[in-house]
Design a protein around this ligand. Structure first.
Ligand code: 7PJ
Length: 261
C-alpha cells in the first residue's frame, strides 16, 4: 500500500503534493513501482495535527480518488469521517482506511451501505492528545481485544468479515515500548483470522531507535516492515514502494526456496 498524502501540513510530504495533479502523478509512480493499493489521505493524523472539515477533506481527496479509480487503480481512502467515506466510495474507492476503526458516529452505516473493504486500526485517544500519556494493562492483549470488539461491531452493522483488515496502529497512542511489543508479537493479531496491515514508514519509533530524521528512516523502515511480514503482516503501508518491493523480492525468493525444500 503506497501512501499518497494530499495535505498541506503532512509531516513528510507537506507542500510537495499541494495540488491534485501532483498527487495523481505521484500516486501513479507508486503504482508503477509496485503498489497494489494507493492510500489517499486528506487529513494529517500526526500527533498534535489540526483537524480539517469534511468539506475541505473532500475537496482535497476527491479529484485524486476519481482520477486514480478511473485509471483502474485500487484506491483506499484514509479518513475518519463518514461524509468523506461516502464521497470517496462514490468516486470509486475500494477501501476505507480508518484510524478510528469506524467509531465516528455514522461511520459503520456509511461503510455498511456499500461494498468496500475496511481497515480497522487501533488508536488510543485522539490524534491531538494520543502521545501525551499512552497507557495499557497489556498492550498486545488490549489492542487485540479492541480490534475484536470493532470486528464484532462491523459484523453487527452488516459488514462481513471478508471485507475487514486489522492494524495495531503503530505510533497511535503508543510509547516506544508499546510499539516494540506490538511488532514483536504481531502474530497474536493474526490469530483473529483477518489480514494484518502494518504501517511503520518514517514513524518516530524508527527515529528514536536510529537517531535519524523523518527523511532518513528508509532502511530502518524496511527492517521493521520485514519483521512485520515475518510475523504475518499481509499489507504494508509505506512511502517508498520501490524499496519495499525490492526487500520483499528477496524475502519471497528465500521463503519460496524454503517451501520447496
Ligand atoms: C497509519 C494509517 C497506520 C493505517 C497513518 C503516518 C500517520 N493508516 N494512517 N495504519 N498511519 N491503517 O503515516 O505516519 O499505521 S497516518
Amino acid at each position: 500500500m503506497g501512501i499518497v498524502n494530499v495535505t498541506p501540513d503532512s509531516f513528510s510530504d507537506g507542500g510537495r503534493l499541494g495540488d491534485a495533479q501532483a498527487a495523481i502523478r505521484y500516486a501513479l509512480k507508486l503504482q508503477e513501482a509496485g503498489a497494489d493499493i494507493l492510500d489517499v489521505g486528506g487529513e494529517s493524523t500526526r500527533p498534535g495535527a489540526a483537524a480539517v472539515s469534511a468539506d475541505e477533506e473532500i475537496r482535497r481527496v476527491l479529484p485524486v480518488i476519481e482520477a486514480l479509480a478511473d485509471q483502474g487503480c485500487v484506491v483506499s481512502v484514509d479518513t475518519m469521517k463518514p461524509e468523506v467515506m461516502r464521497a470517496a466510495l462514490d468516486a470509486g474507492a475500494a477501501m476505507v482506511n480508518d484510524v478510528m476503526a469506524l467509531r465516528a458516529p455514522g461511520a459503520l452505516e456509511a461503510v455498511a451501505a456499500r461494498d468496500a473493504a475496511v481497515c480497522l486500526m487501533h488508536m488510543q485517544g485522539d490524534p491531538q492528545h494520543m502521545q501525551q500519556a499512552p497507557s495499557y494493562t497489556d498492550v498486545v492483549q488490549d489492542v487485540k481485544q479492541f480490534l475484536q470488539g470493532r470486528m464484532a461491531a462491523c459484523e453487527a452493522a452488516g459488514i462481513n468479515r471478508e471485507r475487514l483488515v486489522i492494524d495495531p496502529g503503530f505510533g497511535f497512542g503508543k510509547t516506544l515500548e508499546h510499539n516494540l511489543a506490538l511488532l514483536r508479537h504481531l502474530d497474536c493479531l493474526t490469530e483473529l483470522g483477518l489480514p494484518v496491515l502494518a504501517g511503520l514508514s518514517r514513524k518516530s519509533m524508527l527515529g528514536t531507535l536510529t537517531g535519524r530524521g523523518v527523511e532518513e528512516r528508509e532502511f530502518a523502515g524496511l527492517a521493521a516492515h520485514l519483521m512485520a511480514v515475518a510475523r504475518g503482516a499481509k499489507i504494508l503501508r509505506v512511502h517508498n514502494v520501490a524499496a519495499m518491493r525490492d526487500a520483499l523480492a528477496i524475502w519471497n525468493a528465500v521463503e519460496e526456496q524454503l517451501d520447496g525444500t
